[in-house]
Design a protein around this ligand. Structure first.
Ligand SMILES: [Zn+2]
Length: 241
């Protein structure tokens, strides 16, 4: 099991660890601040320095509780070596800002518009998209939702995470918004939840900014009507505050 330093502190940019095993170009560490692709969010990238040599971490994946760092080239690394990791902070911070923006927007849709029905989403370092089942969603309404999300972001809501038991999670309605999310809760003894104070609580394994003010301004960059129950909103963010 890899200790997830990013869950303890999403703002951790560097860390020290020990190499547990190496398999070709894949390195497993005792602990890591590198976030693996998951929950609709892309992985971190960065540098892993071992024995004085910096290696590029090009991809990070997860299987069960183990996190795999995919190194560029063939690293001269052995189990037991000390390692120093440094994540590409600009990319990560962008992903965090987009991720919180998506939760905020989702919370607003759930609150204000019945049957908003988010069905999925993907978060990139330079944009995010969300899919909704909402039948009456059109470009005007999408812009209204973005405007409302901007107002809420500006209010400065605190964002926090905690672990709760599965029983508690199952007793909270609407904790998971998608069907795979609901299935996942049933399979886990403990569930991590992310709360945007006063606006949204949902089960989530991802990383967020600490305050919605950090999101900055959202822009509606694309609206697609892909069918009666399939609308896609894409947003981009301005500068962080
Ligand atoms: Zn999320």
């Amino acid at each position: 099991m890899t200790v997830k330093l990013y869950w303890k502190d999403a703002y951790l940019k560097e860390f020290d660890s020990v190499v547990e095993r190496v398999d070709g170009n894949i390195v497993v560490l005792r602990e890591t601040a590198f976030y693996p692709t998951g929950g609709g969010v892309l992985n971190d990238t960065g540098t892993l320095t071992v024995n004085g040599t910096g290696c590029r971490v090009a991809d990070v994946t997860k299987e069960g509780d183990t996190i795999f760092h995919h190194i560029e080239g063939v690293p001269q690394i052995n189990a037991g070596d000390s390692a120093h990791g440094e994540i590409d902070w600009n990319r990560r911070y962008s992903l965090m800002r987009y991720h919180t923006a998506v939760h905020l927007m989702d919370g607003i849709v759930e609150k204000s518009y019945q049957n908003g029905g988010i069905t999925g989403g993907t978060i990139f370092p330079d944009r995010a998209r969300m899919d909704f089942a909402m039948e009456n969603l059109n470009r005007e309404l999408a812009q209204k939702i973005v405007d409302e999300t901007n107002s809420a972001a500006n209010e400065g809501h605190k964002v926090s995470s905690k672990m709760i038991s599965r029983d508690e999670a199952l007793s909270m309605p609407n904790l998971a918004r998608t069907e795979p999310g609901r299935k996942l809760i049933e399979s886990m003894p403990e569930v991590r939840v992310v709360e945007i104070e006063g606006i949204d609580v949902q089960s989530d394994g991802g990383l967020h900014v600490a305050d919605t003010k950090e999101i900055g301004k959202l822009f509606l960059s694309k609206f697609e009507n892909k069918g009666k129950h399939s609308k896609r909103i894409e947003i981009t963010l301005g500068e962080s505050k």
